[in-house]
Design a protein. Structure first.
Length: 74
């Protein structure tokens, strides 16, 4: 199982679904297992959760910076 592929798949699904975002914040393991459709071993789940959190946070920061740049250009 390629963890990077699982992270990418999870980020795409979670980022586009508000309900999944809320579930991921409250119950990341259940959210991931529902997105990926598999019951993962704990050590893999923790790696995927960390990767998804990092990617989602990076996307939020990037979006905020882009918005700020647009605001400052006005």
């Amino acid at each position: 199982m390629d963890i990077k592929d699982q992270i990418t798949k999870a980020v795409e699904r979670i980022a586009s679904d508000k309900d999944l975002q809320e579930q991921f914040q409250k119950e990341p393991v259940k959210a991931l297992e529902s997105v990926l459709g598999v019951d993962l071993p704990d050590e893999i789940v923790e790696q995927v959760i960390s990767g998804v959190k990092a990617k989602l946070m990076k996307d939020k920061v990037s979006g905020a910076v882009d918005s700020l740049k647009g605001f400052l250009k006005k």
